[in-house]
Write a new protein. Structure first.
Ligand code: PMV
Length: 362
């Protein structure tokens, strides 16, 4: 498929008005996307677990305008309140997707959105937020073109979400999603995320992710700045090659249910992401002292308990603690006894692998 395949030629019926809604989850990358080319084309393939509890709910009402708007016409409410500071981000998104959603200027939209996780928790809402918005737009497009099949719907929703925020393209489906061309995955593409369809051992069913909120402050480095730092990065080529290799190895790990192998790849990916930030120019340290305390505690506990608890990190100080279903009791206890003390206001979120976005009854 190419970008052009996502442009529909004319609609069967342009609706006058309506309302749609979607709940879309966040995701946590195991193989990290860090570095991109123009139009949110990733510099390397990535793979994530779709989450379940951390999600955004968005509804979109639409009403046909008497004549097309000069600019995009929309109102935006976040948790019931008007949110003018979110508008520029949505305008940029609309601009990027308007070649693929030609009816955007034909309507006035009222967007209502909200997150299941506490705001200012330091958890990025761009993946769940952009994917929810992309799905709402696809639902409207499907209303104009009722013969659209599910495969096209999901691919195009992921494609649009990617134009909002790269990692958002991995939030449409579950429970494991891969994005970016990789030789061993035949349907892989830079254009959208695909549901991982290779064999996955049952030990990965219901995998847990407890998110420890170490620092709830504003992001020190925006994703855009961060990705750009990979352009002249001294280790960029090696890093991009490593991501390909790690993904190949992770495929074997998934097949065999090799939890020791899983731990090694996932932790190495997290530390490499942060190593890239520490070795770019300008350089950043996004971990906090408590991030390191938690990592050391996890390593000591894993050794002592012979469990498979491990961590991964986003571009920030919070820690995602990952563990299998059959070790959940002992690891929950460990988190409560030893890790929660390092969280800001003792806050953490119990999440797990999820099955993707779902339509809301509106
Ligand atoms: O989707 P963006 O542009 O915010 O980039 C996200 C990058 C990481 O979260 C650090 C890694 C990933 O693959 O999700």
């Amino acid at each position: 498929m190419t970008e052009k395949d996502f442009i529909l030629s004319g609609y069967q019926n342009l609706k006058k008005e309506g309302k749609v809604g979607y709940k879309s989850p966040s995701n946590i990358a195991l193989i990290k996307y860090w570095g991109k080319r123009a139009n949110q084309i990733p510099a390397n393939p990535s793979l994530s677990f779709t989450l379940d509890a951390c999600a955004t709910k968005t509804t979109m009402s639409f009403e046909r305008l008497a004549k097309p708007a000069e600019n995009f016409s929309f109102e935006l409410y976040f948790e019931g309140e008007p949110k003018p500071d979110f508008k520029p981000k949505i305008e940029t998104f609309f601009k990027r997707i308007s070649p693929y959603i030609p009816f955007l200027k034909e309507y006035h939209f009222v967007i209502n959105t909200g997150n299941s996780f506490p705001h200012s928790s330091g958890i990025a809402s761009s993946a769940s937020g952009m994917s929810a918005l992309a799905l709402c737009l696809m639902e409207i497009e499907r209303g104009h073109q009722p013969t659209m099949d599910d495969d096209f719907f999901l691919k195009k929703a992921s494609f649009l979400a990617r134009l909002g925020s790269g990692s958002a393209c991995r939030s449409i489906e579950g429970s494991i999603v891969q994005w970016g061309k990789h030789d061993a995955i035949s349907d892989s593409t830079d254009l959208y995320g695909v549901k991982y369809s290779d064999e996955v051992h049952s030990v990965f069913d219901n995998y847990h992710d407890t998110i420890l909120l170490v620092d709830k402050g504003e992001k020190q480095v925006s994703s855009t700045v961060g990705h750009n730092l990979m352009h002249d990065h001294p280790f960029a080529t090696q890093r991009f090659e490593q991501a390909h290799r790690n993904l190949s190895q992770l495929m074997t790990v998934f097949k065999k249910g090799d939890l020791d192998g899983f731990v090694k790849i996932v932790e190495s990916e997290a530390l490499t992401l942060h190593a890239m930030m520490m070795t770019s120019m300008p350089y950043f340290i996004l971990m906090k002292p408590n991030t390191l305390e938690i990592i050391n505690k996890i390593w000591a506990f894993r050794e002592a308990s012979k469990t498979h608890v491990c961590f991964t990190l986003d571009a920030g100080a919070n820690v995602h603690v990952l563990y299998p279903e059959n070790e959940k009791e002992i690891i929950h206890q460990f988190i409560k006894d030893e890790l929660v003390a390092y969280c800001q206001n003792q806050q953490y979120i119990c999440d797990r692998i999820g099955f993707g976005a779902r339509k809301l009854t509106v």
